[in-house]
Design a protein. Structure first.
Lengths: 207, 494
C-alpha cells in the first residue's frame, strides 16, 4: 500500500500536470426562474403528492388538537418535542445522552426553518446529534414551520442559507431538506411509504 | 468530430489484484471476458421479462419527462449544470485542496486513494484500528466500483447494505443492475423468496408493502448495532468543506448518525465549487433520476456529528485523473449518477444492466468503462444505436452518443477491432469509392436475392440475420430509376 500522504501528492501532481482552462460558470439569472403566484398552494400540492399531510394553522396552539385527531398519535407511548409551546411531549431529551436511546421513539415534533415551494422541501437544522437522530429514527415526524418564511425555489433557498443562516460558515453543523415521509420503490417500482425513516410526516404551516 | 487525445489505459489496483472494477460476480473472483451480446443473451431470451423490464424503466423515463416539463427553465438549468461541471473538472486540483483544507477545519479526516485497492485498505484500517466488526452502508456506487464489501467480508467484517434495493441484491449475492434502481431486474416474487429465506417472511408473500416492512424491521436492528456507518457523496462543496447525500429511505442518515464513526467514500469528480451550485444540482438530480421533485432527504454534512464523533472522507481517483486528460471523454466526469441515460436507452431497457458486465452500466458506463480497460469493455460502445436519447436527457449535458462513437474510432486507432469488423468496412469503403463496382455488385446482389434460397442469407454464420429478415429486393437500382423518371422529366421541362 502506498502511504496516503504520497497518494495525495501523486493525485495532485497528476491533476496539475494537465492544466485545463475553463471559464467560471455564470451565476444563475433570477429573472429566468419560475415564480409561483401562490407558493403555499404549490408547496402543499407537491408535498401532499409525495405523501405528507399539510395543515394550515393560524397559531401553534392549533397543533395539539389536530394531532389529537390522529389515532397513532393518541396511542403513542413516546413523544419528544422540540416545540414545547405546541406539544409538550412525554419524554425529556435532556435525559438522553446516546442516540440509541431514541430507538423506541414514536413521535418527534421539530421546528423547520423555511419551506421551499417548488419541491415541497423544508430545511431542518437539528441542534445536536440527539436532535438529528430524532428526525430519522422516529416512527412519525411533525415539522412546524412558518409559511411566511417560504422561498420560491432552491436558488432562493441556498441564497438564504448563505446570507441569513451563514450555513457552512459556522463550523461543525448538519442541515437537511426533508420532503415527505421516507419511501422506497425498490421492489418493482411500487411506492412504499415508510422505508427506514418516518412512516408519516405532518407539516404545520403557521403564519 | 472531436479530436482524440491519446488516452492512457489505466490499471485498476495492483498487478494481479483480482478486485478490478467491472466485474460483477458477487464472489469477486476473476470473470472471463465476455462481450455485451453474449452477456445479454439469457436476458433477451425471456421475451416477457424483457418487455416487463423495458416497461418498468420507461415508466421512470415518463416520470422524469413530467418533472422536466414542469420547470420552464429546465434547459437553462442543464446548461448551467454542464458549465459548473466543466469549471469544476478544470479546477479539480485547486478545488480538492480547498475542500480538504475546509473539511479539516470542521474536524474531518481526509484520506486520498489512488485506486480501488487503496480505498479499501483505508476503510479497513479505520475499522480495524478501532476494533470495529460491523459496518452499515448506504448506497455508494464507488464502493461497488471498488468491491469494498467482498474485501471487508474476507477480513471478517460484517457489511450490511441498507438501501432496500442494495440489500435485496446483497442477500441474493448479486450486484446492482442499475445505479439508482439496484434491484430493477428482480421481480417481487423473487424478492419474496429471498426474504423468506433470509428474513423469515411468509412463504409465497410478494406484497411490496409487506416485504418493505420486513426489511425495515430487520435493518433497524442492524442500524442500532452498527459500529460505523459508510455513505457515498453526491456533492462535495469546495468552499465549505461539507458534502451532500441524497436519499429517499433515510438509511444514509441513520447510518451516519447512530454510530460515532462516519466514513464517506467520494469519487474526486463529486466536487463543486460553491454552496449555491447545489441549487442547480438538487433541482436536476431527483427529477432526472426518478421523476421526483427532490429526494426525501437532502442531507448536508459539515464535520462529524459531535465532539466525540469521527468523520472520514476518502477521496478516490481510480482512473479519474486519466479520464480527465482526454479532451474527448473528459466531460463524462461531470456525471452525477442519476441514471436517466439508462432509463431512456433502448438497448439498456431491453438487455438489462448486468449485460454490461460493469458497475456502471448503460450509456455512461459504456463511455467510462473502456477508459479503465479498453480490451475488456470493448463491446460496450457498440451496445448503442446512436439514437442520442441519452444525450437529450443528461442533466449535465454530457455528449454521450458522440463519445460512444468516438470510442469506436479510438478502438480502430488502437488496433483493437476484429477482422470481422475491419475487413467489411475496408471493402465497403472500396465499393463506395468505385461507382462502376458499386453498380455491378448491386446488380449481382439483387439477382442473387431473387434466385438463391433464403438459407443463403439467413443462416447461423450471418449474425445480422439472427433477429432480422431481409427486405424484398427492388427490381432496379436507384440510379436507373432516377435516369428513367427524373432526368427525362427534367429534360422535358427544359
Amino acid at each position: 500500500m502506498v502511504a496516503t500522504s504520497n497518494s495525495r501528492q501523486t493525485i495532485l501532481d497528476r491533476l496539475k500536470t494537465i492544466p485545463i482552462e475553463a471559464p467560471t460558470a455564470a451565476a444563475i439569472d433570477p429573472d429566468r426562474l419560475v415564480k409561483y403566484d401562490d407558493p403555499v398552494a404549490k408547496f402543499t400540492e407537491i408535498v401532499t403528492h409525495v405523501g405528507a399531510q399539510v395543515h394550515l394553522v393560524e397559531s401553534t396552539a392549533e397543533v395539539a388538537p389536530r394531532l389529537a385527531e390522529i389515532a397513532e398519535f393518541t396511542s403513542a407511548r413516546l413523544i419528544a418535542s422540540l416545540v414545547p409551546e405546541a406539544v409538550s411531549g412525554n419524554f425529556s431529551l435532556a435525559q438522553v445522552d446516546d442516540p440509541h436511546a431514541l430507538a423506541r421513539l414514536d413521535w418527534a415534533i421539530v421546528p423547520g426553518s423555511f419551506p421551499v415551494a417548488e419541491n415541497g422541501a423544508i430545511w431542518v437544522r437539528p441542534g445536536d446529534a440527539i436532535e438529528r437522530t430524532m428526525l430519522f429514527l422516529t416512527q412519525h415526524l411533525v415539522i412546524i414551520v412558518s409559511r411566511g418564511e417560504m422561498v420560491m425555489h432552491m436558488h432562493d433557498a441556498y441564497r438564504r442559507l448563505r446570507q441569513q443562516d451563514h450555513f457552512g460558515d459556522r463550523g461543525r453543523e448538519f442541515g437537511v431538506f426533508i420532503s415527505g415521509p421516507s419511501k422506497t420503490a425498490d421492489i418493482e417500482q411500487s411506492l412504499v411509504i415508510g422505508a427506514h425513516g418516518c412512516r408519516t410526516l405532518q407539516i404545520f404551516l403557521t403564519p | 468530430m472531436p479530436t482524440l487525445m491519446p488516452l492512457p489505459v489505466v490499471s485498476n489496483g495492483a498487478a494481479g489484484d483480482a478486485n478490478r472494477p467491472g466485474e460483477h460476480a458477487a464472489d469477486n473472483g476473476p470473470v472471463p471476458h465476455r462481450d455485451h451480446p453474449s452477456m445479454a443473451h439469457d436476458f433477451v431470451a425471456n421475451v416477457e421479462r424483457t418487455h416487463w423490464h423495458d416497461g418498468a424503466l420507461w415508466f421512470v423515463r415518463n416520470k422524469r419527462d413530467a418533472q422536466a416539463s414542469a420547470i420552464p427553465e429546465w434547459e437553462y438549468l442543464r446548461e448551467t449544470a454542464g458549465a459548473i461541471k466543466t469549471e469544476a473538472i478544470a479546477r479539480l486540483p485547486e478545488l480538492l485542496e480547498q475542500f480538504e483544507a475546509n473539511a479539516k477545519k470542521l474536524g474531518v479526516v481526509v484520506h486520498w486513494a489512488i485506486d480501488a485497492d487503496e480505498h479499501n485498505r483505508i476503510v479497513l484500517d479505520i475499522l480495524q484500528s478501532r476494533g470495529i466488526m460491523r459496518l452499515v452502508k448506504s448506497k455508494s456506487m464507488l464502493t461497488e466500483e471498488c468491491h469494498l464489501n467482498a474485501f471487508l467480508e474476507a477480513r471478517g467484517i460484517e457489511v450490511i447494505d441498507t438501501d432496500l434495493g442494495e440489500r435485496i441484491v446483497q442477500l441474493r449475492r448479486e450486484t446492482p443492475s442499475h445505479i439508482v434502481l439496484p434491484a430493477i431486474h428482480i421481480k417481487k416474487e423473487e424478492v419474496g423468496e429471498t426474504f423468506h429465506q433470509h428474513l423469515g417472511t411468509e412463504a409465497g408473500a410478494s406484497d411490496p408493502q409487506y416485504l418493505t416492512e420486513a426489511a425495515r424491521g430487520h435493518l433497524r436492528g442492524k442500524f442500532l448495532r452498527g459500529e460505523a456507518g459508510l455513505t457515498g457523496v453526491n456533492f462535495a462543496i469546495a468552499e465549505t468543506g461539507g458534502f451532500v447525500v441524497c436519499t429517499n429511505e433515510g438509511n444514509a442518515d441513520l447510518g451516519a448518525v447512530l454510530p460515532q464513526i462516519h466514513i464517506a467514500s467520494m469519487g474526486m469528480e463529486k466536487i463543486i465549487p460553491r454552496l449555491e451550485d447545489l441549487s442547480v444540482f438538487t433541482r436536476l438530480l431527483a427529477r432526472s433520476a426518478t421523476g421526483q421533485p427532490i429526494t426525501t432527504y437532502t442531507s448536508h454534512f459539515h464535520g462529524p456529528r459531535d465532539s466525540e464523533g469521527e468523520l472520514h472522507v476518502v477521496i478516490v481517483d481510480n482512473g479519474r485523473t486519466a479520464l480527465r486528460q482526454s479532451k474527448t471523454f473528459r466531460a463524462a466526469l461531470g456525471c452525477i449518477r442519476c441514471g436517466a441515460c439508462m432509463n431512456t436507452c433502448p438497448v439498456f431497457r431491453r438487455s438489462g444492466g448486468h449485460s454490461y458486465g460493469a458497475t456502471v452500466p448503460g450509456p455512461i458506463g459504456s463511455v467510462l468503462n473502456p477508459a479503465s480497460d479498453d480490451v475488456r469493455h470493448q463491446s460496450l460502445p457498440y451496445a448503442c444505436s446512436l439514437c442520442g436519447s441519452c444525450t437529450d436527457v443528461c442533466p449535465v449535458k454530457i455528449p454521450l452518443h458522440h463519445q460512444l462513437l468516438a470510442w469506436r474510432k479510438e478502438f480502430g486507432k488502437r488496433g483493437l477491432l476484429k477482422i470481422g469488423k475491419t475487413l467489411p468496412m475496408k471493402a465497403a469503403s472500396h465499393l463506395f469509392r468505385h461507382p462502376w463496382l458499386f453498380q455491378t455488385v448491386g446488380r449481382w446482389g439483387r439477382a442473387a436475392m431473387r434466385s438463391l434460397p433464403r438459407i443463403a442469407f439467413v443462416n447461423r454464420f450471418n449474425v445480422w440475420s439472427r433477429d432480422r429478415e431481409l427486405p424484398t429486393p427492388p427490381s432496379q437500382s436507384f440510379s436507373s430509376w432516377y435516369r428513367q423518371n427524373r432526368e427525362e422529366k427534367n429534360g422535358r421541362d427544359q
